[in-house]
Design a protein around this ligand. Structure first.
Ligand SMILES: [Ca+2]
Length: 192
């Protein structure tokens, strides 16, 4: 059987996809700020995976065990325990809460991770670097805000083996230069 060779139409499709990724996602309506508390909620699933898509499939059939909340996403622990779990390898984290986008305009985001990560804001995938890798920055993702406020945030992350890192950076509208870490004041969860 002949092997399929990528053709010019496929290359055009890929560049069209790349172009689409450059268009910022549009934030819709912010949530009410009542009952928001500092920090993000997190739960953990044990397992050795190689891609965030595997984590999403596992979420349907494995319990996600709640752990202590995260004040912010700024962790680089070498071979130590991952975030607030008691595991140093083979762990997935589903991190949920809200992010305060308090200025109208286009926000840019990146995540330094090891291993895989995927970030959704307001239900839209903003950035990902979903496979096994050493510390590195994801390609920028962006979101345009017309109505400033708190928006839902979901971060999926896994650490397979050896060292682990998860650091969240942003560039709010009207700022430039080195991207600062997303500060604790901009992260919250709903108190139950
Ligand atoms: Ca690792």
């Amino acid at each position: 059987m002949r092997k399929l060779i990528p053709t010019r139409p496929l290359a055009s499709l890929l560049s069209a996809t790349a172009l689409l990724l450059c268009i910022p996602a549009q934030a819709q309506t912010p949530v009410a700020a009542e009952n928001l508390q500092p920090g993000l909620e997190v739960c953990y699933i044990k397992g050795m995976i190689r891609h965030i898509d595997e984590m999403i499939r596992l979420e349907a059939r494995k319990p996600c065990e709640p752990g202590p909340n995260l004040r912010l996403l700024n962790s680089s622990v070498g071979a130590g325990t991952v975030l607030t779990s008691d595991l140093d390898d083979g762990v997935m984290a589903r991190i949920t809460g809200f992010i305060h986008l308090d200025t109208a305009g286009i926000y840019r985001f990146t995540m330094e991770s090891n291993d895989g990560v995927r970030v959704e804001i307001d239900g839209q995938m903003i950035l990902e670097d979903p496979d096994v890798h050493a510390d590195r920055y994801a390609d920028y993702g962006s979101m345009e805000v017309t109505e400033p406020g708190w928006y839902p945030l979901t971060v999926r992350y896994f650490e397979r083996k050896n060292t682990s890192t998860l650091r969240f950076f942003w560039q709010p509208p009207g700022t430039e230069g080195t991207m600062p870490r997303v500060p604790a004041e901009a992260l919250a969860h709903r108190s139950s």
